[in-house]
Design a protein around this ligand. Structure first.
Ligand SMILES: Cc1ncc(COP(=O)(O)O)c(C=O)c1O
Length: 394
């Protein structure tokens, strides 16, 4: 809808893939060399070296998706069948699914109004039966990693970070995804780096890396194309299942030139977010929770709460009013079958009652805010949301 001469910004299109990817893709198409283990130093291997250097970790293992990385992380930890894994109840359905896929049992933990794990519930549920912790930093909101690591380390329980939305986020200056034993990232299209699909797990632990590499599908002696780790590979040869969830060379060719874009996307994404957040916070009806003290965020979307007394009907009207103004806003808990609303995860069987998470999801709003937006487009989005709230609450 035209508004002040500006058309509603398209928040769904990704940025173009950098020009530098084209020659490499053409080379791969001409040679047909798409499988990561055919040639020496294939694009996937190069990406692993570059991503490990980028994150400052010893090992990076590229796979088909972040879900595959989460699944392999649990498998690499060699958890017994039925092991109980703490996971925040505000995440994407693929995360508890990865836990189920790994023959483990997700234990859902409450998430508060600030979109981060509720530490009281986390502590209460962290009993002797918990074998691992999987922290989804959902929409890039970092949970209190100091408190989580302190408790997990005291109990000797490994932490996996689901950093699908957190590439570039810092905690006390340390990169998210490098704090727990394993960090997992997504290259699916709605993430900071876009390959359509793809994922990577990072770790400093050689045994975990070797096990994940073999199980990702480094069959026979393909592990020789991964530098180092030879003793571990010899040890695990033929002892682990092959889940064959590798990345292919075309994905790596699309991802590699985007790594150089990450600092710019992080910088602009954060500036965009904070600019719109400040405008929303001027409304008496809207609230964007602040980051935690040690956190430097890298957002490419914006979440805000409806504050005051909103009925479901009013919250739904906000969605409509924003849409009429050209901006897509989704109340997580009010759209049918939303994959981020835990009560829709019926594949888990009996679902727990999680009143805090439910209350948050019923009034928490989600809107996309890609790093490429201009100031005028950000003004358009902020105005649309603020005036939509005013139109509903008058
Ligand atoms: C929080 C979170 N974790 C994990 C995933 C899984 O990522 P992928 O699509 O790469 O499997 C997603 C997907 O959007 C997600 O939102």
């Amino acid at each position: 809808m035209p508004r002040d001469g500006l058309t509603a910004p398209n928040c769904y299109d990704a940025e173009p893939i950098p020009e530098a990817a084209r020659a490499e893709i053409e080379r791969l198409l001409s040679s047909g060399d798409l499988f990561r283990y055919t040639s020496e130093n294939a694009p996937v291997s190069q990406l692993e070296a570059e991503f490990a250097a980028f994150m400052g970790v010893r090992y990076a293992v590229c796979v088909a998706s972040c879900s595959a990385a989460l699944f392999l992380s649990l498998k690499a930890l060699d958890l017994p069948r039925g092991a109980r894994v703490l996971v925040p109840a505000f995440t994407f359905a693929a995360v508890p699914s990865a836990i189920v896929h790994a023959d483990c049992e997700p234990v859902l933990v409450e998430v508060g109004e600030n979109f981060r794990i509720d530490l009281e519930d986390f502590r209460a549920k962290f009993d002797d039966t918990i074998a691992a912790v999987m922290i989804s930093h959902m929409r890039g909101h970092t949970s209190d990693m100091d408190a989580i690591m302190e408790l997990a380390n005291a109990r000797g329980v490994p932490v996996i970070e689901d950093a699908a939305h957190s590439l570039g986020t810092l905690w006390h200056g340390q990169k998210i995804g490098t704090i727990g034993k394993i960090g997992c990232f997504s290259f699916q299209s709605y993430k900071l780096v876009n390959a359509g699909e793809g994922g990577v797990l990072v770790t400093d632990d050689p045994e975990l890396a070797a096990r994940a590499i073999i199980m990702s599908g480094a069959y026979e002696h393909n592990w020789k194309k991964h530098p180092g780790l030879q003793n571990s590979f010899h040890h695990w040869q033929n002892k682990l299942p092959l889940y064959n969830t590798r990345m292919q060379n075309l994905s790596a060719a699309v991802i590699r030139p985007q790594l150089a874009e990450v600092p710019r996307r992080v910088r602009d994404g954060l500036a965009n977010h904070d600019y719109v957040a400040a405008k929303l916070n001027e409304s008496p009806w809207l609230d964007v929770p602040p980051p935690l003290g040690p956190e430097t965020r890298a957002p490419d979307s914006l979440q805000f709460n409806l504050v005051g007394d909103w009925s479901d009907a009013e919250a739904l009207r906000l969605q409509d009013e924003a849409k009429a103004r050209g901006v897509g806003v989704q109340v997580f808990g009010l759209s049918q079958d939303n994959a981020r609303a835990y009560w829709n995860w019926q594949f888990l069987g009996d679902l727990p009652d999680l009143p805090k998470t439910r209350a948050m999801l019923m009034r928490a709003c989600d809107t996309r805010l890609p790093a490429r937006l201009t100031r005028a487009e950000l003004d358009f989005i902020a105005d649309a949301i603020v005036t939509a709230a005013a139109a509903v609450k008058g």
